[in-house]
Every structure is written in C-alpha cells, then in structure tokens.
Ligand binder design. Structure first.
Ligand code: PMP
Length: 371
C-alpha cells in the first residue's frame, strides 16, 4: 500500500505515542496475576476443567453451534442453560448472548425507541455507551453514583425511561448505591437495568450478584451477568421477564445476526455456575486479601471500593506507565489504565485481587507500591 494511503494511520498512531497512550497486546507471562478477571481461579481449576470435558462428551454430539439461534443454532442445551441461569438468579427468563459486549449492545440499542429516554451513570461501561449510541432514544448521563443528579435527570425524562448502572464499576471497583437507585427509579416509573459483570460469582452467599444480595430482583427490569470474569469462560445472559426475552429475540440485532454460543461455552458456563455455591471459602479469602491490601497501601490515591478491583490513582500516562513497568520488573502483573480509557487526570493502576493470590504476594505488591 502506498505511503499516502496509510499516512492517516501513521498520524493517528503517532498522536497516541506522543500522548504515551499507545496500546499494545501483551502476554501475561509467568508473573503473579494481579490483572485477570478470573476472580475465583475457575479457569485454572482442575475439577471445573474435568467437569467441562464430561459435559461436552455427554450433553451434545457436535462441537459447533452451526448457525444463529433463529436458524440452525438453537439446540436444546442452550434453552436449558438459560432456564438454569434464570432459576439461579431468581428471574422469570434468561437469554444468552455471545459476550457481555454483545448483550449490552443488543439490549440498549433496541429497548429505547424514538421519544424514550436512557439515563446512565457517567462511568458506565463502553458496551452500554455503544448500545445507547445505536438507540433512537435520547440519552443523558448522571454523575457517578449521585442520586440527586439521577433524580434531576429523571425529572426531565420522557417516554419509556431506562436507567443503566453497574453493580461494581469496572475501573473504580466501587459499588452502586443500588437500593437508593431502585427506589428513585420506582418513584419515576423508570426501568432499572443493572450490569452485574464484576459482581457475578463474587458478591452474595453463592455468588448471585449484588441485586439478589440486596433482594432487589423485583425492582429490576433487566440484569446482565457476564461469564468472562468469575465464571471463567465467555458469554453473557440477560435476565428479566418472559416478555423481555421475546422482545430481544425479535429486535436485538447482536442476538439475531450472529452464530450462537458453541457447546464448549455452555459446558464452561454450566460448570462455573455449578461451582459457585461451593466457593464460599474462596470468597472469604478474597475478602481477606482485599482488606490486607487496603490496610497495607493506605494511600490517599487508593479509591474507596472494597471489591477485587482496587484502583490506585497515579495520574498522567507517562507516570502510570512507569509505575506499572516497575511492578512488572518485580514479577507482578499489574497493568496501567491510561487516558483515553479513563478521563485525563484519573490514570491509574487497576489491581485485581483473586482468591488464589497469597498473602505473601499481596505483601510484595504493597512493598513495591510503597517504594
Ligand atoms: N460490562 C462490564 C461492566 C464490563 O466490565 C465488561 C468487560 N470488561 C463487559 C460488560 C463486557 O463483557 P464481555 O467481556 O463479556 O464482553
């Protein structure tokens, strides 16, 4: 390709390099994992792996799904996994998507119609933002976790109103004040949609998520649980009424126009969920490691969340990169989160704790951070 035809790419990449925000794909290597979303270590659990293999042998004769759900890709096992997930999460119905990104894109792009309103937390995940962009509804953000601002936006809303929040915010690691949000949504007749990506498997007696933990299932119009995190595989489920499920099957384009999940994914989802109720010791250990980390770091730069996602504000792309590099040299896999992924001035280290991390590893991390 001639230089002219690629020069706009070169220019844009150079801009990224100048801003120290150039993104690279990296392999984790053999460093201590303070980065992955495998909160409970299910992706490396030998019992889960053996169970997945057994399910694949026993449950379905093919290893591909062969088409979209509306054509050849609808097989019996998918429907039964959806019903099991709905039962586990105390919902009337569930619909599987190929990823959390697809689920949010598919839900938000089709629910809000012309004249409707979508209101979302300013720190909401990119997948919901993209879904909102594709929707014909008007949309406003509200200040992060700010009920007063949410109510202000609700007062100006029209048509069907949808409010989107996460139960655990993916970059700050803090919780949404869900009970207060549900109450104000009830007051204004708004449909509350909660993305439980980082709460799945981690929050609740059996890892059911924050909504069930707070007994707010009846206050939610829809919930999205994703499987790429604590479940340890891939995919997502949208939970809600049977009517919502039928609506999505008919109008949600990221559900309709794609090949459905393969049996291997279903086996991993089923095995992950079958394991959750027996992971109480792991959840307890994870909570202890989070407390150890927070007590040890005790810096004003530490954001307040008490979840496995611990954010340390380092500010500035260059500085954040340098600190992350130092941690990497010490054998600790901590990644920098740079602008434009987060707003300028809030660049950070996103440290993820897992039930399989040891107290010695967390001590090492604290020492390097303190230095
Ligand atoms: N929602 C949130 C809050 C997330 O953090 C993510 C993943 N980063 C997603 C949705 C997308 O999920 P998936 O990785 O399964 O596409």
């Amino acid at each position: 390709m001639s230089k002219d035809r690629t020069s706009f790419l070169t220019r844009l990449l150079d801009e990224r390099r100048e801003q120290q925000s150039f993104r690279e794909l990296r392999l984790p290597g053999d460093k201590v994992d303070f980065c992955s979303n495998d909160y409970l270590g299910l992706t490396r659990n030998a019992d889960v792996r053996a169970y997945i293999h057994r399910l694949m042998e026993e449950r379905h004769p093919a290893h591909g799904s062969t088409g979209s759900r509306l054509l050849a890709g609808n097989y019996e096992w998918i429907g039964s996994v959806e019903q099991d997930l709905a039962n586990f999460h105390q919902a009337a119905a569930g619909l599987l998507y190929n990823s959390g990104y697809d689920a949010n894109l598919g839900v938000f792009s089709c629910l809000g119609r012309k004249g409707d309103t979508i209101i979302y937390d300013q720190l909401i995940h990119a997948s919901i933002r993209d879904g909102v962009r594709l929707s014909a509804a008007q949309a406003f953000s509200f200040f992060h976790n700010d009920i007063t601002d949410l109510e202000k936006k609700l007062k100006h809303a029209s048509g069907n109103i949808f409010v989107a929040v996460e139960s655990v915010y993916s970059m700050d690691g803090d919780l949404a004040p869900l009970a207060a949000i549900a109450a104000v949504c009830g007051q204004y007749g708004a449909h509350l949609i909660v993305d439980e990506a980082h709460a799945t498997g981690v929050i609740g007696e059996a890892g059911e998520g924050l909504v069930q933990h707070l007994q707010l299932t009846a206050a939610c119009f829809a919930r999205i649980h994703t499987f790429g995190k604590a479940v340890g595989c891939h995919g997502a489920v949208v939970l809600g009424s049977g009517e919502l499920r039928d609506y999505l099957i008919n109008f949600s384009r990221s559900f309709i126009y794609t090949t459905s999940l393969p049996p291997a994914a279903l086996a991993a989802i089923e095995a992950g969920y079958a394991t959750f109720p027996y992971m109480q010791a792991e959840r307890k250990k994870l909570a202890a490691l989070i407390a150890q980390f927070r007590a040890g770091v005790a810096t004003s730069a530490l954001l307040p969340g008490t979840t496995p996602i611990q954010a340390v504000l380092t500010r500035g792309n260059e500085h954040t990169r340098n600190v992350a590099q130092r941690l990497q040299q010490e054998g600790l896999d901590v990644r920098p989160i740079l602008h434009p992924t987060v707003p300028k001035g809030s660049e950070r280290l996103r440290i993820v704790l897992h039930s399989f991390n040891t107290t010695a590893e967390v001590d090492h991390l604290i020492k390097v951070l303190s230095a």
